[in-house]
Write a new protein. Structure first.
Length: 317
């Protein structure tokens, strides 16, 4: 089982425009409304491809009720923790050339009792040997120590922990020694404390994180592909998206694809990385935060690179 924890979920509204111009009156497409938050997206992607997963998330207010209804309507398994604050609502503006502008609300703080209820909900959803993905931004006033406490409670319970967050929360979570982290280039650069402008610099930074006790560092690099640094060494992969529509949530589908394979067969890391690349590329070709199903995933657009140009400048942000 793969259980996801989304501490700061969102109700995501996506609007498509030909081009975005500040200060102008713009005509948009019909809005697309989706349940959002990185962990929610991971579970949605897994569910769309028949992989068992449960999303655990706090919900509050009208937006929280609507988010829960969307997940129920899509038959996505979830455990909702009622909270006093309002679930945030995010807006994505997607241009015809694939440029995306996001307007993300901060969300509402979680009280100590609400955090305890969320932790209890996660504990009741998992068994020894399961995977738990703690993913996405944290709500206001949620401290790195709060995240470390949650993460450490899982690693002590013989749970396979994956972390996909950023900033101080990501740094703090490393002390819990998660099995896997999935930063993008900017997030890994924050941890390393320096810019990462080439594949070789990404690899060096990932090796530094492994020295802290993380088994697998899975780095998503957008149009530059991905790098995995683990016990078996370094693997570099590439992907191609013919017509990008929205990169929002593509990294979540990337992680979902990896875990869909790795959680059942840890011996074939190459296959897991190819799955990740294919799912991520498929998500980037879909509108909004839509997740790919089996008919969207094309392995012809991804490959592993056994002799990469390690010093090639990276172009993706």
């Amino acid at each position: 089982m793969i259980v996801t924890v989304t501490l700061n979920p969102s109700l995501d509204r996506t609007l498509e425009v030909e081009s975005f111009e500040r200060g102008a009156v713009l005509r948009t497409s019909e809005p697309t409304l989706e349940a959002g938050g990185k962990g929610v997206n991971v579970t949605r992607a897994l569910a769309a491809n028949g992989v068992p997963s449960v999303a655990v998330l706090p919900v509050g207010g009208g937006e929280g009720a609507e988010l829960a209804q969307l997940l129920d309507a899509a038959s996505v398994a979830a455990r909702f923790v009622p909270v006093g604050g309002r679930t945030r609502s995010n807006i994505t503006v997607s241009e015809a050339d694939g440029t995306v502008t996001k307007l993300n609300e901060p969300g509402s703080p979680l009280s100590a009792d609400e955090l305890t209820a969320l932790t209890d909900a996660v504990g009741s959803a998992v068994s020894a040997g399961d995977w738990v993905v703690i993913s996405g931004s944290v709500p206001p006033d949620f401290t790195p120590e709060n995240l470390l406490t949650l993460a450490a409670s899982l690693t002590r319970a013989d749970i396979n922990l994956a972390i996909d967050t950023s900033g101080d929360a990501l740094v703090a979570s490393l002390a819990a020694r998660p099995r896997l982290i999935k930063p993008n280039r900017a997030e890994l650069a924050e941890v390393a404390g320096r810019p990462l402008d080439s594949i070789s610099e990404v690899i060096d930074a990932a090796k530094g994180v492994r020295d802290l006790g993380v088994e697998i560092v899975l780095v998503s690099l957008g149009s530059d592909g991905a790098v995995l640094v683990g016990p078996g060494g370094v693997i570099v992969g590439e992907s191609h998206v013919e017509r990008p529509r929205s990169t929002v949530g593509a990294g979540d589908s990337f992680l979902a694809g990896f875990l869909s394979k790795f959680s059942v067969d840890e011996t074939d890391v190459d296959a897991a990385l190819l799955e990740a690349l294919a799912w991520g590329a498929a998500a980037a070709s879909l509108p909004g935060t839509a997740v790919p199903g089996p008919g969207d995933i094309d392995f012809a657009n991804v490959q592993l690179v056994w002799q990469p140009d390690l010093d090639r400048p990276l172009v993706a942000s």
